[in-house]
Design a protein around this ligand. Structure first.
Ligand SMILES: Cc1ncc(C[n+]2csc(CCOP(=O)(O)OP(=O)(O)O)c2C)c(N)n1
Ligand code: SF4
Ligand SMILES: [Mg+2]
Length: 283
């Protein structure tokens, strides 16, 4: 299906927002992978990034703030034939949803997580988020953020994630390539995407990232977790983007006896009498 088939409504994002590049790359990645809208579900929590499911013509689910992962995981468990993709914010993924983030890595359900990392709480007008750089002044942090920033790709690597990448919405072709690889990966795939918020983050602008990001080349061994961690820690004058790490890991479905061998829960007959019997046994 062509990328235009995934086009939906006009958006309510500010002109120049980094979210536009991410949305365009996502549509093109889905086209390149030969996906049809009915095969895909886009999931978000709450926030500017979490509006993405509403701006794409595919199945969609908008949950609660910090709660994009649980419904995404449930959808994949119920119907492994779906391509489940989360598009949500840094606050949603690493702040309110931080615990889900960590434990989902352990579970390794075959879903893709695209984090629109604008380093602020955009929807609620720019308060500091887990990835805000120390010292950045916001309307709510008049003396600057005093917390050490959360490094999502480093944490994901330490927690044992099988696919970890970093992208930049100012490099849409590179981002599309990352998205295609992440969606094709069997297991939980994280892509943290630098997404300038032109209204509330006056520090981490397109120019700021353009001066710093560089694309990882073949000299970087994506099978070397320790090497990936060293790259993940580079966040100064130079910041690497690309696939940091990739390895095969058994997925949740492969390990679970009632789900392996292609069993589809969503296709099973619903037997209310059986449920009734189970509930009676518990009283
Ligand atoms: C449990 C809960 N806490 C706080 C809020 C208020 N809230 C809504 S969106 C948001 C920030 C979203 O930030 P982020 O996830 O980074 O997305 P962005 O808007 O930056 O894309 C907050 C704090 C909420 N809706 N629910
Ligand atoms: S507030 Fe920031 S993140 Fe939200 S639409 Fe505007 S530029 Fe984008
Ligand atoms: Mg944000």
């Amino acid at each position: 299906m062509s990328a235009t088939e995934f086009k939906k409504l006009e958006t309510a994002w500010c002109p120049g927002c980094g979210n536009f590049g991410i949305l365009d790359s996502l549509k093109l990645a889905l086209e390149a992978l030969g996906k049809d809208p009915h095969e895909v579900v886009i999931v978000g929590g709450i926030g500017q990034a979490a509006k993405t499911p509403q701006y794409l013509r595919a199945n969609s689910f908008c949950g609660l703030h910090g709660r994009a992962l649980p419904p995404a995981v449930a959808m994949k468990m119920a119907n492994p034939n779906l391509t489940v993709i989360i598009n949500t914010g840094d606050g949603d993924s690493y702040g309110e949803g931080g615990n889900h983030f960590l434990h989902n890595i352990r579970r390794n359900v075959d879903i893709t997580h695209f984090v629109h990392d604008n380093q602020v709480y955009g929807l609620t007008k720019g308060q500091s988020s887990p990835t805000t750089l120390e010292g950045m002044v916001t309307d709510a942090q008049a003396e600057g953020s005093q917390n050490t920033p959360f490094n999502p790709v480093l944490i994901a690597l330490v927690a044992g994630a099988g696919f970890v990448a970093r992208g930049f919405s100012g490099k849409p072709e590179h981002l599309q390539m990352l998205m295609e690889r992440a969606i094709s990966y069997k297991g939980y795939a994280l892509v943290d995407i630098f997404q300038p918020c032109v209204s509330f983050n006056k520090l981490n602008t397109f120019a700021w990232y353009n001066q710093r990001v560089y694309e990882l080349d073949k000299s970087h061994d994506t099978r070397d977790r320790m090497g990936a961690m060293r790259r993940a820690k580079e966040f100064g004058d130079r910041i690497p983007i690309g696939v940091l790490f990739e390895e095969e890991r058994p997925t949740f479905h492969e390990k679970n006896s009632s789900l392996k061998e292609g069993q589809v829960l969503a296709g099973r007959k619903n037997d209310p009498m059986l449920l009734n019997k189970l509930m009676r046994a518990m009283v």
